[in-house]
Design a protein around this ligand. Sequence first.
Ligand code: GLA
Length: 356
Amino acid sequence: MNMDFSLAYAYEKYFKIGAAVSHLSIDRYDELLSQHFNSLTTENELKYDATEPEEGKFTFEAADKIFGKARQMGVKVRAHAPVWHWSTPDWIFKDGDKPAAPELIYERIEAHTKALCERYNDDVYAWDVVNEATLDEMHKDQVGDSPVYRNSEYFKLCGTGFMEAAFRAMEKYSPNAQLFYNDYGECDPKRRERIVTLIRELREKGCRIDGFGMQQHHFVKPDFDEIKRSIEIYADMGLRLHVTELDVSLMATVDQSRGLPKPEDEWFDDFFRKASTMTPERFAEMDDIYVKLFEIYRSYSDVIDSVTTWGVADDNTWLDQFGIAPDLPKAKQYPLLFDTDHSPKPCVGRIIEAAR
Ligand code: GLA
């Protein structure tokens, strides 16, 4: 490691610097990982469908690869999202032809948690025990009667019981790791309120929740004051904070006052061109945003323990497949700290310099 130019080294006195990595692309980032990072997050490898696609049949090869790399680097892992509605296989919700009773779902969550913990506990410093369980009106099919909770299959069958089961099992089988709830839109006042309620209600039911994972996906220019306010609100609840999925794409920074266009609309091309064209000005704006975000994170380093980007370099970002909206064409995105050729963007030097 060249200590003069290392994010992880420069930030040792503030917080860990992490990257979410996939078992498929991890090898190509060897150099960057050992030079700049001292925490790894499993991108998809510890999700439910990746580890127990059929009841009792565990598949650990992909996750093992990431844990192997972490051991080689001498760092610990943020183990991400065993209980997440998007990646939970259908079998969990079924008992033969019938819907599973809540107790059966809780037993399954416990057995799953036990298996993960027995295999990986020694190398994990934090678990995202439950991911994204709050209501998001954008997902119309997951809006139910609750003003707080996402009407996922889990919630329909168990109410908040599935989260209690998940946190209780994790506390039992992984007593030494920090237990996190992780979510997005965490600085939007309406969503923040739901997250606060979720954590408060679970704690009232006796769950140990040590921290909150602020995803920090920036699709639009961030409201820095709202970020600071949010950090303070979460920290006031006695939560440790991790930034868990940072990226700055600004991909939705277009005039959306008319809503999203349909392909047949005459302004569709113009909208899409603006949203997907990278200009030197847009790169510079993204660079400044990264510098400002790290300035904020540093100023709250008494409560922030870890800052992780969702990916390592721009040659592999989930946003290339995500798009501005499901029906719109996808465009190459450049949301990370390192370029497609793995060279650091100007902000990396500025972020390191600011930490000295
Ligand atoms: C969410 C999840 C992550 C990941 C990203 C997109 O933020 O928490 O696990 O799936 O979406 O890749």
